[in-house]
Design a protein around this ligand. Structure first.
Ligand code: AMP
Ligand code: ZN
Length: 114
């Protein structure tokens, strides 16, 4: 069954997008609608919708996601100044794209969560 998913289409090369990092486990792109000077998306290549529906797949890929985040934080120059990682889940989390992804925000002082 073919999945109609924007992030799967990007990884398949169907939507021209710059890859800041990619391997067979995950890839990193710039968010099309950035909310910080640096706003990246760290995305597993497997189509995982919600973490709670696929805990075993999440456990398999979490190391790769964090490893890619560390790599691009360095290549994007925010490793020293700092950054924020966010994963939105379902309606209350404000998730727009139902393919697991981690936002990496930085390049400026981010607002407090309070
Ligand atoms: P979320 O609300 O956590 O599901 O985040 C989805 C993010 O994907 C949003 O910040 C969008 O701006 C971003 N986005 C949607 N389509 C694209 C695209 N084609 N390329 C890059 N980022 C995208
Ligand atoms: Zn997908």
């Amino acid at each position: 069954m073919e999945i109609d998913c924007i992030f799967c289409s990007i990884y398949a090369g169907e939507i021209p997008t710059e890859f800041l990092y990619s391997d067979d486990k995950c890839f990193v792109i710039r968010d099309i609608n950035p909310v910080a000077r640096i706003h990246l998306l760290v995305i597993p290549t497997d189509h995982i919708e919600y973490m709670n529906d696929s805990p075993d797949m999440v456990k398999m890929v979490v190391r790769d996601l964090f490893s890619a985040a560390i790599t691009v934080s360095e290549s994007e120059g925010v490793a020293e100044t700092g950054y924020r990682l966010i994963i939105n889940q379902k309606e209350d989390g404000g998730q727009e794209v139902p393919h697991l992804h981690m936002h990496l925000l930085g390049g400026e002082l981010l607002g407090s969560l309070d």
